[in-house]
Design a protein around this ligand. Sequence first.
Ligand SMILES: Nc1nc2c(ncn2[C@@H]2O[C@H](COP(=O)(O)OP(=O)(O)OP(=O)(O)O)[C@@H](O)[C@H]2O)c(=O)[nH]1
Ligand SMILES: [Mg+2]
Length: 509
Amino acid sequence: MSNWRLKSWDRGDRHWFKWSFKQLVAWILSISILYISFSAVIYQQWQIQATVNDNTHLNADEEQSKTSRTQDWMLLERIRGAVRAAGGLPGSRLSDLKMKEWEEQHSCKGRDPLLALWSKKENRSTDRATRRAMTRLLEEYSNLHRICTQGGNMSYVMDLYNQRENGTSKCKFLVVEFGVYGLGNRMLWLVSAYMYALLTQRVLLLDGRDTIHHILCDPFPEGTFWNPDQILPPEGLRRFSALSRPTRDGLQMPVLESLFPRRDPLTHLLRQIVHPVDPIWERVQVVQNMHFRNAKRVLGMQVRFRDGGGMYDSLNSVVNKKITDCALELDLIPSNAFNFKYLKDIEQNGGRPVVIFIASLQKGLVNHFREYYAPILEWQKQKGEEVVKVIQLSHYGFQPFHLDGDFQAFAELLMLSLVDEIFTSPLSTFGYVAQAYGGLRPLLIEFDPRRNTNCQRGQSSDGCYQQGVSKCTCPSEPELDRKPVIEILPYLQPCQDTEGLQLVPPSDV
Ligand SMILES: Nc1nc2c(ncn2[C@@H]2O[C@H](COP(=O)(O)OP(=O)(O)OP(=O)(O)O)[C@@H](O)[C@H]2O)c(=O)[nH]1
Ligand SMILES: [Mg+2]
């Protein structure tokens, strides 16, 4: 075996000596072991540092003084504290094998491709930072969920409930009861409840009587958040939830401000925990592949008449005209003049059409566009070329309150989130949720026939908090009491479509 020459500066004397190969390997091994041991000690120290600050003992001043830590990191520590209080180990995860098993049993094929499609459109460093922070929080929160439900065991939760009077349980719960409302409203409640549960370290359970659990993937590995109603009685749940009330709510604001510098919590929360079950994703995927992927531009038009028939009959033609004029003014759709320009357009676009995707309970707009583009559509059919495509997948005619209606509504809502430009109707939470998923600032369709405008650009991708309080009620802080909220929090502005408040992104992040 050949010997290796190494340099040595022993006693200042530079001289050479020979080491065998075995000695060299032993030397390298010792150095590696030393390095690994040192790193492990440092890491453990850091872990301990991160967990010692049990949230339940922090007060406002202590929180304020932790200037070196970001607020969201402190929230993570609070969740870790709740995990420890519940008898778990902060930072523990399911083994790869268990995770694989769980994923096989809870298939959610759309989660990753949807996230990729949404983040393809905007990929700012602030968005990435928020995503990373939210992922850290979700992982630890899932840990809490798993521990407090013993891996999704509702009988165990029931036992905790039965023992609630003696106060031995260290787990806190938040139960969401849905009423008979549309999908958009229920999704807003769901994500608000999730945010609240994160902030107050509560285990989120959803009312199992609602069909929403048939359309959503379960977001917490081994910690199912459905409450089958046959196990927990809803009237009991209310009392269970009220066991420990949140305190120090005022201190949640810095956390939220730090987590969402772009003031877009709805977008991040929806994308993180509200994913469609496979059959819904498959519907979305078909439309994405067949119509959206190769389009020159995709326009989503969400047209909602809210009172059933009367409003539709009286406003349909006004709204159709306003939408068309708005899209033409902004050069988003081709005009219906069938001439040389279109043939040129086709050449230039390599046959890529402008796609108009309509989501509505009525057929008014799709009929209007089919009529408007009739000569072009006819010409396209003969030529096999496409300049413009008009698509609408369903038209129930009324608001459905059944599972199939929710399936279709969720699929269309997700399709709307994948467009390049979205047109939305005033007051519709269906539209708010679609624009928020997509991170899209909508074009708000003007429904009022007395107004000259056709549409206006939305100030935010966030929904409108309809009828949100406009003045502060803070009797303990006279300098704030009764002041308009928008003067104190500049990122809250009056909504554009109705009365209320809306989160608006700052221009510099
Ligand atoms: N498939 C489909 N369903 C729709 C559409 N617009 C409304 N719906 C249905 O109507 C319901 C509307 O409720 P939300 O999603 O809460 O939206 P909203 O417009 O605020 O309606 P309300 O809150 O009920 O006044 C949805 O759940 C759907 O079932 C649409 O474009 N496509
Ligand atoms: Mg609504």
